[in-house]
Ligand binder design. Structure first.
Ligand SMILES: [Zn+2]
Ligand SMILES: [Zn+2]
Length: 171
């Protein structure tokens, strides 16, 4: 026998999720306008998805965008990711051995620490705060606009798994 009292809550929460649509739509619409891009639901959804899941890969982003908007094609999400990256609203990173990942934290040239075992990525601020890595010891006459620093190591989860002899299983 189904429990009657559970049903209204479930319906309510589904409805709420659907009406809620894309989180913080206004803010992202403003960013698009500031970059002189037309505000579309897929663009807002991609910005929002990347904001909520920093360093997510394309497949994960597609999954999140579909949870907001329903059916959206892979190609549409690829196109939006490319447009937003070109416009400087997203930053694309691709550590060696990883697929491309995206983040909405832009403009500060922060660095990343990557786990060799499970691929987890975390942000690392510049050590001296004001993008000091853009001042190389020898610029060879180049005008430098970006520096990529990747720290490689083992994340806390993989360290403790190694301690207990468990294998790190990526899902
Ligand atoms: Zn790890
Ligand atoms: Zn980052």
């Amino acid at each position: 026998m189904r429990q009657e009292s559970g049903a209204p809550i479930l319906i309510h929460s589904r409805k709420w999720t659907r009406l809620r649509g894309v989180p913080t739509t206004t803010d992202f619409a403003g960013r698009l306008r500031a970059a002189e891009l037309r505000v579309t639901r897929p663009r807002v959804a991609v910005l929002s998805a990347v904001h909520e899941h920093p360093h997510a890969d394309t497949d994960s982003i597609i999954g999140v965008v579909r949870s907001y908007l329903g059916d959206v094609s892979h190609q549409a999400v690829y196109d939006v990711l490319r447009a937003l990256t070109t416009a400087g609203l997203l930053r694309r990173i691709q550590p060696s051995g990883s697929v491309a990942r995206y983040e909405s934290r832009i403009g500060d040239n922060h660095h990343h620490v990557v786990c060799r075992s499970c691929g987890t990525i975390a942000d690392v601020d510049c050590a001296i705060n004001t993008t000091p890595c853009l001042t190389p010891s020898d610029d060879h006459g180049f005008v430098i606009d970006e520096a990529e620093v990747v720290y490689w190591g083992t994340c806390p989860t993989c360290q403790s798994n190694a301690d207990t002899g468990e294998k790190d299983v990526r899902v």
